[in-house]
Design a protein around this ligand. Structure first.
Ligand SMILES: Cc1cc2nc3c(=O)[nH]c(=O)nc-3n(C[C@H](O)[C@H](O)[C@H](O)COP(=O)(O)O)c2cc1C
Length: 338
């Protein structure tokens, strides 16, 4: 009720403006004694689950892209998320694509974004994390990408640089090779470049006194053969989990007219229209891997039913982005109990 009023107000603003304003208001509201009880939950609600050697306080996480710079971790943890994936971060700061670059597709409970890894760079993130009072029990993932001007042939250098900078501060890493808004990035999912990237990062990882779990985030638009190839590499390179999936390039599930969809331009679709596609990817991976690697489900989860479907299909954890925008903190609270 409270959130539906708040959402109506925020949805009257340009989406990126609404995003930053919401987080400013959340931070401000948390400083007012008594008020924050309206949306915050008691620490670590839900049933703890062990995945990739880490103890997650519950199964619901915040997907990458919401807190790109790791600036709202305590506020988001207080809403009930058991894990928060910050980033995508790149070594150098970059502005991303020109605005407008984020759109609401309300009738489909979806978003279209072509942000293009706008972020403050890994030094800013690491500096912030070094001062963070980490909320008790929270698991923090660092989602890594490459700068736009770094050629694919050298991509591993960017991932490795951010890996080294964040290793003291995060619990796991996700290698993002699946965002559609950095030209050529998805080609890193092809066998040869992916193998080079994974081997390079695992070599980097082995230099740590305590290696970190490495996750790989994949696109929903891969063929079954490509998924099998990715899975083989994930297993042979000893990754700790797969994150399925990122946004889709497909416009098939959208309800608007062809002209209105075309007018929005390029970008990845998230939310309800992605749900079935992500679920099919998850089911395929779960069947083929036969429990050998955990899977983090993400894509169109916005209700208990959709979260349960992901868990039933074999996911160990799940994440939200668009469902959180449409349904607010009450959804997190409910899903934390699953
Ligand atoms: C505005 C926006 C920005 C995103 N930025 C990132 C990102 O930086 N890195 C990433 O791995 N995924 C990013 N994503 C993808 C989400 O993490 C998630 O995989 C996708 O949206 C599907 O989940 P959903 O349907 O719950 O939104 C972004 C999604 C949205 C909507």
């Amino acid at each position: 009720m409270l959130y539906s009023l708040f959402r109506r107000l925020m949805f009257s603003l340009e989406p990126e403006t609404a995003h930053y304003l919401t987080m400013d208001l959340l931070r401000f509201g948390n400083k007012i004694p008594g008020l924050s009880a309206a949306w915050n939950v008691e620490a670590n609600q839900g049933k703890p689950v062990r995945v990739a050697g880490l103890e997650f306080p519950n199964k619901v996480g915040l997907a990458a892209g919401f807190d790109k710079n790791g600036q709202w971790i305590p506020e988001l943890a207080a809403l009930g998320f058991g894990h928060i994936e910050i980033g995508t971060v790149t070594p150098k700061p970059q502005p991303g694509n020109p605005r407008p670059r984020l759109f609401r597709l309300k009738e489909d409970e979806a978003l279209l974004n072509r942000l293009g890894f706008n972020n403050q760079g890994v030094s800013a993130m690491a500096g912030r994390l070094s001062h963070l009072q980490k909320p008790k029990g929270l698991i923090i993932g660092g989602n890594l990408g490459k700068n736009k001007d770094r050629p694919n042939e050298e991509a591993e250098l960017d991932y490795a640089e951010s890996f080294r900078a964040l290793a003291p501060w995060v619990d796991y890493f996700t290698l993002n090779v699946s965002s559609p808004n950095t030209p050529g990035l998805r080609a890193l999912q092809d066998k040869e470049p992916l193998e080079r990237l994974l081997k390079h990062l695992q070599a980097e990882n082995e230099r740590l006194a305590q290696p970190k779990p490495l996750f790989l985030k994949i696109a929903p638009d891969l063929t079954l053969e490509q998924l099998d190839e990715v899975l083989d590499l994930a297993l042979s390179c000893k990754l700790s989990a797969l994150v399925a999936t990122n946004t889709t390039l497909s416009r098939k599930e959208l309800s608007g007219s062809a002209a209105s969809i075309e007018a929005l331009g390029a970008g990845g679709i998230s939310g309800k229209p992605l749900r079935e596609k992500s679920l099919q990817v998850l089911k395929h991976l779960a069947k083929q891997s036969d429990g050998k690697i955990p899977i983090v489900a993400v894509g169109g989860i916005g209700s208990e039913d959709s979260a349960k479907a992901a868990l039933d299909a074999g996911a160990s954890l799940f994440q939200l982005y668009t469902g959180f925008i449409y349904h607010g903190p009450a959804l997190v609270k409910r899903l934390a109990k699953l």
